[in-house]
Design a protein. Structure first.
Length: 525
């Protein structure tokens, strides 16, 4: 008498039994629990045995391998399913493109980007897999807690005297660019010291003028944030400040420090390329401070001024900078490309990739990692023992790291002061890491993926197809997406067509099951 096969046993080498499937599901759930090593090993062993069996008994068979790709050898039912799989894959890919213009699509894109950029940050900075994550041309001077609380303002405002002396010191030591991330167009109160009132506002104006004179002599450039409100009827210190900026505009450039905040969670994911303003009846682009710093770091004052003047001519001629216009680099990395930006529309090339973060964030949130040692307290910069060669020919970014001042921003990798956003933006350009959406490569990749998956889901059984789908998404799509994003700045949504064809397969299986049930009932009747 023949022995009856177990209902849970595999009916053919490509059909995993219930035990295999359950073990694989448990393995997926165990991904977040590093302690369950034994379960992982068991799951991988079962999955490996299944793949070996499938490869040995099915795919190594020459006739089966030929039939796998030979359309003429397929029965009509398989042809129909293959065409339907193709249609579903294309439909899902088109739906993905269209949904990106909706709020839901933007949210999905943001969540995908957050995962990629955080993994990329961990890989490059924490694990040290990027040989040069931070450009050697960047130095940070951070006004920390001690700088603020030991100043005359005792943490209520930015110490003007220390700031002015820091700018002078940076220019004096040969910095090519000095970027100041402080808006100081409003006066601060007088303070009493050594038997007299001290006017810190006028002292700062005097120090800034000295820094500008020294910059003219040394061929350096000073970049300040553009005031939110233009002069108009400004009086007193504010008017004097604006007049000084206009008088020294040859060496003091004003840039846009702005970033874009997400409407849903207030996270900063995009920087602002430029802002269009009316200046004496002309359309003029105010470039991002990070872009200005990169241009002057690459080309020096004379050539950089020529590049910026050409951008201003283009903007005045067309009323806007042409979409995709490029700013030449120094030839060692790719050029900067500028695009139109709207608050309710995605602009992928304006997304941040993070390489610079506060030391506390790296230690507390990530357990430590690569420290570029580029941050300098003002007290060290102004010290006579400071290494004068460390900032020669570099860009010195001066900003606040004092949380009570309120300049803290939420990003996908953690909270950080605004000066770190400018530093990450500049580093992105200096290292040639601006993100691009390669439409041709994306279409080709998604097209190949759709065809291959349409073939796989035609030939495999329902359980095997589900297993392949899960394996592709969890074990293949994620590392491929991370690798493309980290190495080439490519942002590809490869998993959606996979999911679409998988859904199509489940629907086809449901149809088949219903037909079989109906046919069985008819036979019983």
């Amino acid at each position: 008498m023949l022995r009856q096969k177990s209902r849970f046993g595999p009916q053919n080498p490509l059909e995993p039994d219930l035990f295999h499937i359950l073990i694989f599901i448990f393995w997926i759930l165990a991904q977040k629990e590093r302690q369950i090593k034994l379960l992982r090993l068991l799951a991988l062993r079962q999955l490996g045995s299944y793949i070996i069996a499938a490869f040995t008994f099915k795919w190594l068979s020459p006739p089966s391998l030929r039939n796998f790709f030979d359309w003429r050898c397929w029965p009509s039912e398989k042809r129909r399913h293959f065409l339907l799989n193709l249609l579903w894959g294309v439909a899902i890919a088109v739906a993905l493109h269209l949904i990106s213009y909706t709020g839901l699509g933007q949210q999905i894109l943001d969540e995908t980007y957050d995962f990629l950029v955080k993994t990329d940050f961990r890989r490059a900075v924490i694990q040290g897999k990027d040989d040069t994550p931070v450009s050697d041309s960047i130095r940070l001077v951070l006004f920390d807690k001690d700088t603020y609380e030991k100043s005359p303002g005792q943490g209520f405002w930015t110490p003007r005297e220390v700031l002015g002396k820091s700018v002078i010191r940076a220019v004096e030591l040969g910095a090519r660019v000095v970027l100041v991330d402080f808006r100081l167009d409003k006066a601060v109160p007088l303070y009493y010291a050594d038997g007299a009132f001290v006017e810190e506002n006028q002292l700062y104006l005097s120090l800034l003028r000295q820094a500008a004179d020294l910059a003219e002599k040394n061929g350096a450039i000073i970049i300040l944030p553009r005031p939110e409100k233009q002069p108009g009827a400004a009086k007193g210190y504010t008017r004097q400040y604006y007049e000084l900026l206009d008088e020294k505009k040859a060496v003091i450039r004003q840039g846009n420090p702005g970033v874009f905040y997400s409407r849903t969670d207030r996270k900063v994911r995009h920087f602002h390329f430029y802002e269009m303003v009316k200046d004496q009846g002309r359309n003029r682009p105010i470039l991002s401070m990070a872009i200005l710093a990169a241009i002057y770091q690459w080309h020096g004052i004379e050539k950089a001024n020529g590049i910026i003047a050409e951008l201003e001519r283009q903007a005045d001629r067309f009323g806007e900078l042409p979409d995709g216009i490029s700013i030449p680099s120094d030839g060692t990395v790719s050029d900067i490309r500028l695009y139109h930006q709207e608050t309710d529309r995605e602009c992928l090339p304006a997304r941040f990739k993070f390489r610079i973060a506060p030391r506390e964030l790296i230690q507390e949130d990530y357990g430590g990692g690569f420290d570029p040692q580029i941050d300098i307290p003002p007290s060290v910069l102004l010290s006579e023992y400071f290494d004068t060669q460390s900032i020669q020919g570099k860009t010195v970014l001066i900003g606040s790291a004092y949380k009570p001042m309120g300049d803290i921003h939420v990003t996908p990798v953690g909270d950080m002061p605004g000066i770190f956003l400018i530093a990450n933006g500049m580093n992105l350009f200096l290292e040639g890491n601006q993100i691009y959406e390669h439409h041709g490569i994306r279409l080709l990749t998604v097209g190949i993926l759709i065809v291959l998956l349409a073939l796989v889901f035609v030939h495999l059984s329902p359980a095997s197809a589900g297993l392949v789908l899960t394996t592709i998404i969890l074990l293949l799509m994620t590392p491929v997406s991370i690798w493309l994003f980290s190495e080439y700045g490519m942002f590809l949504d490869l998993w959606i067509p996979v999911l679409g064809i998988g859904i199509r397969g489940n629907i086809a299986n449901a149809e088949k099951f219903i037909k079989n049930v109906s046919q069985t009932k008819k036979e019983d009747d």
